[in-house]
Design a protein around this ligand. Structure first.
Ligand code: PMP
Length: 428
């Protein structure tokens, strides 16, 4: 079976042939590749091609595909049974590791996805404060929970459908939208909705409208505004958690959050999310408190084993972060050099091991600027890079994820390919 014939079959039985919209390659044209295997920094498709992978399952695969220790740990776990719906030791180990490493997280609740983590965190912020409204930022994506599908990033942005049908007006009206990196837009919302705002949710590094770093003082400004207005600051660290550094964005930027959400890296590729915060906030969660949240498969022993093993490796080898950040820096510098030499309108953003190339000459600091990117050009770039054996996100508005298994050679090959492709695009 090749990718094209699998896609034809898939389209008949799955909406768009996929289980998550951006996988469908709709934004870049062409058919999605069906992946058969990943090994280190490479993935192979069912057509027999190999690619250097910069999607890395959209972030979880920070150590590379098919990591031997993670694979072995899962293998030994599965023979004890897949799920019990009762507590297991590995959940405690994972929770202890997370709470001892992430600032302001005294307690944590495991869930099954980033979406669930955010939905629960938002409910908790409302339950804890007794207020209804939440401020989010235009272009930030926080999963597909109803209240977060307002001016959302990622697939919702790529498909030009920022507001989903099926989200009721009643739900959407409690989500207020501010402009990323614009503290005054947040201040205004607090003024206009006095004593009504439960919390502010943000991707501390935006990575779902492409990568956009927070400007200096922006996150501290949010902290101050939340304190002043008795609102909670929620850091959605589904992407940044255990990626920017082991303690995530709070440690990286030295800013305290009240609730933190996790996903991706904490599951190592298994379906895991989590949310945590200070003890007095987390004690509001059932069965201790009145904020209800539950899950048949939450804290699943196999998923916990995979995640715990990955986190343990990350915690014991801090060099990992130096390596992935340095590789990402090389990419950033290489892209910038190529853009300069070719005099192409390109803007490159990077934070840690997250990189985005935008086809615009504007400084990309918020959603509006991200949208100035020439997505047609990105589609061409994506497809030519694929031909060169480089697998990028099939959308302008996503990040490149660098893993510990990427090598200097991978980076050189990627930059060689990019120079060639960008040179050709200039000719077109
Ligand atoms: N928050 C952020 C910041 C994300 O990037 C994502 C997914 N990319 C989510 C939440 C939702 O996570 P999931 O897809 O696991 O539901």
């Amino acid at each position: 079976m090749n990718s094209n014939s699998l896609y034809e079959r898939a389209k008949k039985v799955m909406p768009g042939g996929v289980n998550s919209p951006v996988r469908a390659f709709g934004a870049v044209g062409g058919n999605p590749l069906f992946i058969s295997k990943g090994e280190g920094s490479k993935i192979s498709d069912v057509d027999g091609n190999e690619y250097i992978d910069y999607v890395c399952s959209w972030g979880p695969v920070i150590l590379g595909h098919n990591h031997p220790e993670i694979a072995k740990s899962i293998e030994s776990a599965i023979y004890n049974g897949l799920s019990f719906g009762a507590p297991t030791e590995i959940e405690v180990l994972a929770a202890e590791l997370i709470t001892s490493s992430v600032p302001n997280v005294d307690m944590v609740r495991m869930v099954n996805s980033g979406t669930e983590a955010v939905m629960s965190a938002v409910r908790l912020a409302r339950g804890y404060t007794g207020k209804d409204k939440i401020i989010k930022f235009e272009g930030c994506y926080h999963g597909h929970g109803d209240s977060m599908l307002v001016k959302a990033g990622s697939g919702a942005l790529t498909l030009s459908a920022p507001d989903s049908r099926g989200v009721t007006h009643g739900t959407a009206k409690d989500t207020l939208v501010a402009v990323y990196n614009d503290i005054e837009s947040v201040e205004r919302l607090f003024c206009e909705n006095k004593d009504e705002i439960a919390g502010v949710i943000i991707e501390p590094v935006a990575a779902n409208m492409g990568v956009i770093p927070p400007e200096e003082n922006f996150l501290t400004g949010l902290r101050k505004l939340c304190d002043k207005n008795n609102a909670l600051l929620i850091f959605d660290e589904v992407i940044t958690g255990f990626r920017l550094c082991f303690g995530g964005a709070q440690e990286f930027y030295g800013v305290d959050a009240d609730i933190v959400t996790f996903g991706k890296v904490i599951g190592a590729g298994m379906p895991v999310g989590a949310y945590g915060g200070r003890r007095e906030i987390m004690e509001c969660v059932s069965p201790l408190g009145g904020v209800y949240q539950a899950g048949t498969l939450s804290g699943n022993p196999i998923a916990m084993t995979a995640g715990y093993t990955q986190l343990k490796i990350l915690s014991e080898n801090k060099e990992i972060y130096n390596k992935i950040n340095n590789l990402a820096l090389k990419l950033e510098e290489g892209f910038k050099r190529a853009a300069g030499e070719l005099e192409l309108p390109m803007w490159v953003n990077r934070v840690g091991s997250l990189v985005s190339v935008f086809f615009t000459k504007e400084c990309v600091e918020n959603y509006k600027k991200a949208k100035t990117s020439d997505t047609g050009l990105y589609s061409k770039y994506f497809n030519y890079m694929l031909k060169e054996g480089i697998y990028l996100a099939p959308s302008q508005f996503e990040a490149m994820f660098i893993s510990y298994s990427h090598t200097e050679e991978d980076i050189c090959k990627t930059l060689d390919a990019a120079r060639k492709v960008l040179g050709n695009l200039k000719e077109l």
